[in-house]
Design a protein. Structure first.
Length: 277
């Protein structure tokens, strides 16, 4: 009989945030698969838990995933942990969960700390609908392209960013998304927890004079003018609309997709109208 994979969230800063249920599972499983075994060992030592550890991270997910599936099929129960928060959110945990499901291995996800949920609730920005974007691409061109693709999303945007790329990201956001409310969150649950609730342009100016520190979660207000913008394009033909989007910097492929979606048309119908562009 196959074992079970337990997805175990761990504290993102304050060790008191771990649940009794998570501690019980960590004590009882046969093996703990950790993003960084050294980091997880400190957590286990703090709670006097002695357990076999193995690494499972972004660089070995392909080879180690197969090993973990083999261990689970042999009857072992395995706990999956990341360095902080819920495994599977912007980390390779999503891969091993998928592999377990494909191999009919039971997966149990435990509730617990998740940084983006804390940041969203504390932002003061709409929480009813939100889009989790995670990390934007490191390449500036690809990052710019992605921001263009998501600029018309009406729900709140959740974006992760590292300190050494924050200034560039805020600059691109200011250019592409325009002036919107934003909450920049860092050091969540820790002694120096910080929320900077401001606007994109004000945040950009602030970090021109102040160096970013620590990993950031950006909670960005959705596009509140999208309906107005859509209505202003209603008088345009599909061909004219595509030309306008191309002029604004969108790729031809994305422009065709956008027009087809907004006009409830098949993409090939729009494509035929703009073959010569």
């Amino acid at each position: 009989m196959a074992g079970k994979l337990y997805v175990c969230p761990t504290p993102i800063g304050n060790l008191e945030d771990i649940t009794y249920r998570t501690l019980k599972v960590l004590e009882e499983v046969d093996l703990i698969a950790a993003e960084d075994t050294r980091h997880t060992l400190k957590l286990l030592n703090h709670f006097n838990i002695t357990k076999a550890l193995t690494s499972y991270h972004d660089h070995n997910r392909n080879t180690k995933g197969a090993v973990l599936i083999e261990e689970l099929n042999s009857g072992k129960n395995i706990a999956l942990v990341s360095d902080a928060g819920m495994p599977g959110i912007s980390d390779p945990g999503e891969d091993i969960v998928r592999e377990c499901i494909e191999n009919n291995i039971e997966v149990e996800v435990l509730p617990g700390a998740s940084a983006f949920v804390i940041a969203l609730v504390g932002s003061g920005i709409e929480t009813r609908r939100f889009t989790f974007e995670g990390f934007l691409d490191r390449d500036k061109k690809k990052k710019k392209k992605r921001l263009e693709e998501i600029k018309n999303i009406e729900s709140t945007l959740i974006i992760y960013e590292s300190p050494h790329r924050l200034k560039e990201t805020l600059k691109l956001m200011s250019e592409i998304l325009g002036e919107r409310n934003i909450s920049l969150c860092r050091e969540l649950t820790k002694k120096h927890e910080e929320y900077i609730r401001t606007t994109i342009e004000s945040a950009r100016k602030y970090y021109e004079e102040n160096d970013p520190r620590g990993e950031y979660i950006l909670i960005v207000e959705g596009n509140k003018n999208v309906e107005e913008e859509k209505n202003s394009y209603e008088h345009l033909s599909e061909r004219e609309y595509v030309k306008l989007l191309l002029k604004e910097g969108m790729s031809k492929k994305d422009a065709i997709k956008t027009v087809a979606r907004e006009r409830s048309l098949k993409k090939d119908i729009v494509y035929k109208q703009v073959l010569d562009l």
